[in-house]
Write a protein that binds this ligand. Structure first.
Ligand code: COA
Length: 191
C-alpha cells in the first residue's frame, strides 16, 4: 500500500507494480549493462535527452543520480521490465513541474526489441495512475519532438490530448536546449 505524501512529492514505492505484461520497479546499479545495450539504438538519443555515444559510465552516473532524485522527491524514474522474464525493456519517469506541484512531465524509451507491443502505452498509463494516486498529481504533460510519430501514438493511446505546438520549447531540466515540439496533456481528478 502506498503512503499518501505531500502533493507533487514522489516517494519511492516499497514494491514493484504493474500487470501481467510489464512491471515498473526502481532501477539498481546492476541495470547498467542492460541500459547501455538498449541505449545503443540511435532512435533513443534521437528523440530523448539520452546522450550519444552512451557507455557504462553514463549509465552508472545516471543510476547513481537516481538515489538523489528519489531523496529529493521531484523525479520518479522506473525500469520497465517484462513481468514474465524480468528482462529490462525500457525506462519511464515523471518529472515534477517546479512551478506547479500538481503537474509532472512524463518521459520514456523502450528498447528496439520490445517495441510495438504496447509496452510504452502500458508504462505511461501505469505511471500516470501511480503519480495521480501517490503524489496527488492532477495534470500530466507529455512532450514529443516533431516527427516522433511512435511517441505521438503512445500519447494518444494513453489518453493524452494534444494541446498544441511550441516552436521554442525549453524544459526545466534543459533550459539551454530549444526544440520544436508537440505538447500533450492529461487531467486527473483531485483525490
Ligand atoms: C516511442 C516508443 C517509446 C514507443 O514504444 P512502444 O513500446 O513501441 O510503444 P507502443 O507499442 O505502446 O505504441 C507504439 C505506437 O506507435 C506506433 N508506431 C510505431 N512506429 C511508428 C512510426 N514510425 N510511425 C507511426 N506510428 C508508429 C505503433 O503502431 C503504436 O501505435 P498503435 O498501437 O496505435 O498501432 C519507442 O518507439 C521508443 O523508445 N522510441 C525512441 C525513444 C522515444 O521516442 N521516446 C519518447 C520521447 S517523447
Amino acid at each position: 500500500m502506498d503512503t499518501p505524501v505531500t502533493p507533487g512529492f514522489f516517494t519511492k514505492p516499497e514494491h514493484p507494480f504493474g500487470d501481467e505484461f510489464i512491471t515498473l520497479r526502481t532501477f539498481t546499479l546492476s541495470d547498467s549493462d542492460d541500459i547501455v545495450a538498449l541505449c545503443q539504438d540511435p532512435e533513443i538519443p534521437r528523440w530523448t535527452t539520452v546522450p550519444t555515444p552512451y557507455g557504462v559510465n553514463d549509465a552508472r552516473t545516471w543510476l547513481n543520480a537516481q538515489v538523489a532524485q528519489w531523496a529529493g522527491g521531484l523525479e520518479a524514474s522506473f525500469a520497465i521490465s517484462e513481468t514474465s522474464t524480468g528482462a529490462l525493456m525500457g525506462s519511464v519517469g515523471l518529472f515534477r513541474d517546479l512551478a506547479d506541484p500538481t503537474t509532472s512531465e512524463i518521459g520514456y524509451w523502450v528498447g528496439a526489441a520490445f517495441r510495438r507491443r504496447g509496452v510504452a502505452t502500458r508504462a505511461v498509463t501505469l505511471l500516470c495512475d501511480w503519480g495521480a494516486r501517490v503524489a496527488q498529481l492532477q495534470r500530466m504533460r507529455l512532450v514529443t519532438l516533431i516527427g516522433n510519430h511512435a511517441s505521438e501514438a503512445v500519447a494518444k493511446n494513453a489518453g493524452f490530448r494534444r494541446v498544441g505546438e511550441v516552436l521554442d520549447y525549453r524544459s526545466e531540466r534543459r533550459p539551454e536546449t530549444s526544440s520544436h515540439v508537440t505538447v500533450w496533456q492529461q487531467q486527473y481528478p483531485a483525490n
